[in-house]
Design a protein around this ligand. Structure first.
Ligand SMILES: Cc1cc2nc3c(=O)[nH]c(=O)nc-3n(C[C@H](O)[C@H](O)[C@H](O)COP(=O)(O)OP(=O)(O)OC[C@H]3O[C@@H](n4cnc5c(N)ncnc54)[C@H](O)[C@@H]3O)c2cc1C
Length: 457
């Protein structure tokens, strides 16, 4: 009898401690979320481009939103109402807003503090420069479905304006679209559908960021309406299937795109007509849609030896690399997906180097998988580490306080990209979202129309 009491008592204590810690952490999270809400902020960290905004007056606590989020615990129920607990994990699927039965959730852009590097856009995706639109990830919203929707909507606005003003003169396109990723492709198809004279300029190949995903990457998307093709219903497809769909677009005789041509400048003349200069020529158009994405130019490490041909910034065909010693640098989803993809190839020894002490802003699925890969020694993760020199056959890294040299055949760097901010500023596009009032935008437009310098604003 005594033994039974002991066993129950001991088991109870063992279970009680983690449970107590769990409830304490929930209470702390609850308190921080409430304090943040009282200040009109989110309980979250990290840069965000978009996130759900919850009107707790209407929230009925049904948990539909928390159940549908593919990224895991962006939202949680606190005190019977939905709250944002891991805002940095939100990448804008918007499924929570779709699932909410009482319309208490809307997707909003980040606060001005967070969105300082995001161009100002009207609800029609027009910038502070009249008839210059931004579609897709460049405007701050990630995901293929958002890019496709925005590309389509920009063209609808342009078509409505052309219907009022009439087509521009000979030799002037109705619209010039820059970039042929999901946003640019969608805008081009809509232009065909609306019978608008358009031209699309792409510095690389058709497909944008999707074309550069690792081979066989599983692309998650929501059903989306593709101009001319109708509803694209699949929600999980391989990159290759998506690109095969792109190809049906490419093969259209009326898909008017110039590839391997880089746009260098866009200038709006006093007559309101844009002159776009590329590395191959010049184009005039009544409107411009910038669908450049945010990948920009890959950011470099700035270490000795980085110019060696074995250093790369993009991984497409992971299966081309076998029996190699590989270093992947970075702590975001791209770095982790590349490291795991390479670790899956025969005979590869992969090390993932990240300057911080943990991964913090990655997808839930990647967080779980990298943990498993590391635990089962499929790859080595070096936290608090920085490459200091890349050599022909090795890499030197600072790992904590010590310097380590490891054998190496290839290095992949995923340190983000320099977004095309300077390019946009040169055109005269204003940045920041809510801190620009409509009045200020009107003023900027008047100055531009009068050909006066923007510095006066
Ligand atoms: C590793 C990774 C995984 C992802 N996984 C998913 C996913 O599973 N599901 C999902 O919905 N989203 C995913 N995304 C996000 C998605 O790919 C992007 O949100 C989407 O591609 C944005 O489309 P876009 O048309 O705005 O830009 P992009 O796809 O980046 O296309 C922009 C195009 O503009 C061109 N361009 C840029 N500058 C110039 C210039 N000066 N002149 C001419 N052309 C120019 C570029 O070459 C490019 O082709 C992922 C992103 C990454 C990096």
């Amino acid at each position: 009898m005594n033994d039974t009491v002991w066993i129950y008592g001991f088991t109870g204590m063992v279970l009680a401690v983690p449970l107590a810690l769990y409830f304490l952490s929930l209470r702390k999270r609850d308190r921080l979320a409430r304090e943040a809400a009282a200040r009109g902020e989110m309980y979250s960290s990290g840069p965000l481009s978009q996130h759900p905004s919850i009107d707790t007056t209407y929230c009925i606590g049904c948990q539909s939103c928390t159940n549908v989020c593919p990224e895991g615990d962006v939202l949680a129920m606190l005190g019977g109402k939905a709250a944002i607990v891991n805002g940095h994990k939100c990448i804008g699927h918007g499924l929570c807003a779709d699932a909410c039965p009482v319309g208490a959730i809307t997707m909003v852009m980040a606060s001005p503090r967070m969105g300082a590097d995001v161009p100002y856009l009207t609800p029609e995706y027009e910038t502070s420069v009249p008839n210059l639109f931004i579609a897709g990830e460049l405007g701050g919203l990630a995901l293929i479905k958002n890019a496709v929707n925005q590309g389509r909507e920009c063209i609808d606005t342009i078509a409505a304006r052309l219907a009022e003003s009439g087509a521009p003169g000979d030799g002037i396109h109705d619209v010039l679209i820059i970039g042929a990723g999901p946003a640019g492709i969608s805008a081009s198809l809509r232009a065909i559908e609306r019978n608008i004279r358009y031209i699309t300029i792409e510095r690389d190949e058709i497909g944008g960021t999707v074309a550069k995903y690792p081979r066989q990457k599983l692309v998650m998307t929501s059903p989306v309406e593709f101009p001319l093709y109708g509803k694209f219903k699949k929600t999980e497809i391989s990159k290759e299937t998506l690109l095969a769909f792109w190809k049906t677009v490419l093969d259209r005789a009326d898909f008017n795109a110039c590839t391997n041509e880089r746009v260098e400048t866009v200038h709006r003349g006093a007559d309101g007509i844009f002159l776009t200069t590329t590395d191959k020529g010049e184009y005039r158009s009544a409107a411009v849609v910038l669908a450049l994405g945010r990948a920009g130019t890959p950011r470099k490490l700035g270490v000795k030896g980085e110019e060696l041909p074995k250093v790369m910034y993009r991984l497409i065909e992971a299966d081309h690399y076998i029996n190699k010693k590989i270093l992947v640098v970075g702590g975001g989803d791209s770095a982790i997906e590349a490291a795991m993809g390479l670790a899956n190839q025969r005979g590869n020894q992969v090390t993932l180097s990240y300057r911080k002490d943990s991964f913090s802003r990655i997808k839930e699925r990647n967080a779980q998988r990298i943990e498993e890969y590391s635990r089962s020694a499929k790859l080595t993760v070096l936290f608090n580490s920085n490459p200091t020199e890349i050599r022909e056959k090795s890499v030197v890294l600072d790992v904590g306080a010590e310097s380590r040299e490891i054998e190496n055949d290839y290095v992949w760097v995923f340190a983000g990209g320099t977004p095309p901010t300077d390019f946009l500023k040169k055109i005269g596009i204003e940045f920041g979202m809510k801190d620009i009032t409509l009045e200020a935008v009107k003023e900027v437009r008047q100055l531009i129309a009068a050909g006066k310098p923007l510095a006066q604003t």
